[in-house]
Structures are given as structure tokens and as C-alpha cells.
Design a binder for this molecule. Sequence first.
Ligand code: NAP
Length: 251
Amino acid sequence: MSISFDLTGRVALVTGANTGIGQAIAVALAEAGADVALAGRSAPAETLARLAATGRRSADIRADLASTEPVARVVAEAEAALGPVDILVNNAGIIRRNDLADFTEEDWDAVVDTNLKVLFFLSQAVARGMAARGAGKIINIASLLSFQGGIRVPSYAAAKSGVAGVTRAMANELAARGVQVNAIAPGYIATNNTAALQADATRNRQILERIPTGRWGRPEDIAGAAVFLASSAADYVTGQVLAVDGGWLAR
Ligand code: NAP
């Protein structure tokens, strides 16, 4: 048996890839050989330029993934542009911070809809084709708050804990159809998502003190795990939440 991380000939669909972790994953999948469709609400100019530099094909699909409304169109446009989707990366996500007493229903719904509801229904839409073809990889971006409660982010903790659960639920059902479903739980990664924490001197110090590796993660730190889970090297890996966290959870 030969172990391969090569993604040549595969088509990937990555959500929220104009910045941060999604951008790093999209570029890494292309460097590993995949053609990559980007689905998001903002123009992904920098990511498209980096994809072009890899020589792979790409597609830019503009969609607000705060609701399930564009899900069918996103999948149809990705497949029309590049062919059937072999790899789905559910990365798009938001966070809202507030004390429990002041947390609003809007902040609850926005985070749970974007981070959990759309993730499931986009997976459902892509999994139909994957199951029919007998192969596919779904990679969900979870969080340390799939394991922990966090501070002042109740809807994010709920949604990301839900991501871990629905990853296992989908994996159970799709395993016999040749589709693997896994999640990556990034640690503290320096992106827009964590800008408020990086800017807060106290929280920044507390976070760094707890990370055994002693630094914030970079988006590129997540990319290798995504390529692994997207590749045939991970054909017997399913239903897992893989922490890439500089050792945070081990502490
Ligand atoms: P980011 O740079 O803010 O990336 C988030 C991405 O999601 C952006 O492309 C954003 O687009 C997109 N997005 C948000 N709402 C959307 C919507 N309604 N429709 C379409 N796209 C939408 O932050 P990031 O840290 O890379 O976050 C990526 C994922 O990693 C998220 O699921 C996040 O929860 C997760 N995560 C991050 C960390 C961390 O420490 N940074 C840790 C654990 C998990 P816009 O640019 O248009 O907003």
C-alpha cells in the first residue's frame, strides 16, 4: 500500500477563504494538487491570486452563508465550474462576545446559523453526490470550544460543540458510503476572529502563558492537517476532531 497526500484531480470547495484559516487551507489544497472553489461573502482577491500561482483551477462563488438560502446554488456553481466536489471544507464562521446577562438572541442565532446550521446543510448537499460516487471528504472547522466552554462566547461554544457532534453523526452515516467526515479544532490562531483577544493585553498574556508551544498559531499551522484529512492517507480516519493547538488541550 502506498500512502499519498497527493490531491491531483480532486475538486475542493472551501467556505470563507478570503482570509485566515480558510485562505491557508485553500492554498494548501491547491499546492497538493486540487482545483479549488471558494464560497464566501467577500471578494477573495488575494486567495485567487495565490491559487493562480499554484497552476490549479479555481472558482469564485459569492454567497452570504449566514443562512441556508444559497446552499444549493453554491454547490451547483462549484460543480459547474470545476466538476463534482470531492472535498468540502466548512470553514466560514463568526464569533460574538458578551456577558451571559447581556447576550442577545440575535448574537445566538447569527453564530449558530452560520457556524452550525449552514455547515450541516452544505455538507448534506455535497454528501449526496459524494455518497452516490462512493468517495468524498468533509472537513469541518471546529474549535477548542468544541471541548471547552470559553469566556463570554456562549453561542460560539454551543455551535462549535455542535460541530463536533454533527461531525460524528455524519461520519457514522456516511462511512459505509466511502465518505469520511472529520473536524479540525484550531487552537488560538492569529486571524480576524481573534483580533480582539490579541489586542487585549491581559487576555493575550493569559493565552500565551497557557500554550505549551508559547506562541499564537498561524493559519498555515492548520493547513497540513487539512491536506492530510483531504487525502487518501486519511481514508480510515473518520468521525474525529483533530486539535491543532500548540498543546493547549494537553495542558
Ligand atoms: P476570519 O479570518 O474571520 O475568517 C472567517 C471567514 O468566514 C471569513 O472568510 C469570513 O468572511 C467568513 N464568513 C463569516 N461569515 C460569513 C458569511 N455569513 N458568509 C460567508 N462567509 C462568511 O477568521 P478565522 O480565524 O480564519 O476563522 C475561520 C474558522 O476558524 C471559523 O470557523 C472560526 O470559528 C474557526 N476558528 C478560528 C480560531 C482562531 O483562533 N482564529 C480558532 C478556532 C476556530 P468575511 O471576511 O467576509 O467576514
